[in-house]
Ligand binder design. Structure first.
Ligand SMILES: NC(=O)c1ccc[n+]([C@@H]2O[C@H](COP(=O)([O-])OP(=O)(O)OC[C@H]3O[C@@H](n4cnc5c(N)ncnc54)[C@H](O)[C@@H]3O)[C@@H](O)[C@H]2O)c1
Length: 408
């Protein structure tokens, strides 16, 4: 099997994790790096003994890659991704997959036409806690889902926006906490809860100078009938997030609140009701009788071999045909490597990456719908009218419409 000739575009931030994951995969021949920072790219590529480019088009023209990682600011995901797909190159896009669902659709259409793979860097799906929750839901342990409560909070001081100016605006970042930090959470929510069909949201800016939002509150209806209340903010210190998913037979409580963001030791509490609520609602005779709940915890320790977990994930999902040994050369496996390896397997042997462009599209659609709902002050039905969002986005970029700023 020939190696996949690989390039990484954008190398100073998370691009480093892509370089490391590529180096650790024996199916990959890392041949080039691209960055507008010439000093940096020449130095890093020189250390690795590979090609250095200061513009992605030069790499395209050179015709030396089969696949690339795109780890650049958000507004560049679409133009760079599209150009590589048009040139017949597979892409591993950093999150968010795109700023607008219309951009995601354009990339998906070209990928389908050219028979190419798109992977997206939503590595939270690979984390142990996410995998446990997914298993608990899909196995029917908590029954049909009825509701989700999901609050994610971390703090970002102004220095965060001073260091990386592109994160401050709709034009370059596509949004604030919702598009940036919690596109991961929205991706997880869609992956766990299924298709959203309706959303009503508010966005605001309580603390920051930047034009984008630092808080979002949204109510979401899913196709299953489950309802969700979501809050995302960068105005509260890390460590107090709350996540619950309730079904007809039980409830999942994630008390180790950072573990979806950071793959670490986790304990997940699962409460099972004495019977399905659909039966309890008529069986309990006292007017305020409560169904009994029995609790158990599920945990995975950090010292358990992640490689095994990664292999189990792929086997269970049937995501790839994998005739060779899983990831024999990359230890420890982190989320980026898990996705990258599934991406390379899909290119080499068929199947799909662990996080596909198609599945990551759902998060972009819901995020766009939340902005539309919040800025137009209305309930939005999905599938989203992408033209309507594109028109709103133009207004946000031009500053014709602004995120409400609330100051005490
Ligand atoms: N999956 C994750 O958990 C995760 C974590 C951090 C960042 N990200 C995502 O990765 C992307 C990059 O974020 P970051 O934090 O690394 O940003 P960053 O600003 O630290 O790095 C971006 C890099 O892209 C380079 N760059 C800018 N314009 C370029 C161009 N036209 N051509 C080539 N290179 C160019 C910059 O010089 C820089 O090296 C974003 O989409 C971000 O959301 C994902």
């Amino acid at each position: 099997m020939e190696k996949v000739r690989y390039g990484v575009i954008g190398i100073k931030g998370i691009g480093r994790a892509h370089i490391q994951a590529a180096q650790a995969n024996e199916q990959i021949d890392l041949v080039a790096l691209v960055d507008v920072d010439e000093t940096e790219v020449v130095q890093v590529a020189g250390e690795l003994g590979i090609g250095a480019f200061t513009g992605y088009r030069h790499l395209l023209d050179a015709g030396i890659v089969d696949a690339v990682s795109i780890a650049v600011p958000h507004h560049l995901h679409y133009p760079i991704g599209l150009d590589f797909l048009k040139a017949g190159v597979h892409v591993f896009m950093e999150k968010p997959f795109a700023i607008r669902v219309s951009e995601a659709d354009a990339m998906l259409a070209v990928a389908q036409k050219n028979n190419l793979k798109i992977a997206v860097g939503h590595q939270y799906r690979t984390h142990r806690s996410s995998q446990i929750v997914k298993r608990l839901i899909d196995s029917g342990t908590i029954g049909a889902t009825l509701r989700v409560l999901w609050m994610w909070g971390e703090f970002r001081p102004e220095s965060y926006y001073h260091r990386d100016i592109w994160r401050r605006t709709f034009q370059y970042a596509g949004g604030g906490v919702l598009m940036n930090q919690t596109s991961h959470d929205v991706d997880l929510i869609c992956w766990l809860m299924g298709k959203p069909v309706q959303v009503s949201a508010m966005v605001g800016n309580h603390l920051h100078e930047a034009e984008i939002e630092d808080i979002v509150c949204a109510n979401v209806l899913f196709e299953s009938g489950a309802m969700g209340s979501l809050q995302f903010t960068i105005t509260h210190p890390r460590g107090y997030s709350i996540r619950q998913i309730q079904g007809d037979k039980g409830i999942i409580v994630m008390p180790e609140v950072e573990s979806l963001t950071y793959d670490q030791d986790e304990e997940i509490l699962v409460g099972t009701y004495e019977g399905p609520l659909t039966e309890m609602v008529t069986e309990l005779k006292g007017i305020v009788d409560q169904p009994a709940i029995s609790w158990r915890s599920y945990g995975l320790k950090q010292d358990q071999v992640q490689e095994k977990i990664a292999a189990r994930i792929l086997r269970r999902l049937g995501a790839v045909k994998r005739p060779h040994k899983w990831q024999s050369n990359a230890k420890p496996v982190n989320g980026f490597a898990v996705i990258m390896n599934s991406f390379i397997d899909a290119i080499s042997f068929g199947g799909e990456p662990l996080v596909t462009g198609k599945s990551a599209r759902s998060a972009i659609e819901l995020i766009n719908a939340m902005y539309l709902s919040a800025m137009r002050k209305k309930t939005v039905d999905l599938p989203l009218n992408s033209h309507e969002y594109d028109a709103l986005y133009e207004e946000l970029v031009k500053g014709k419409l602004q995120v409400p700023r609330f100051r005490s």
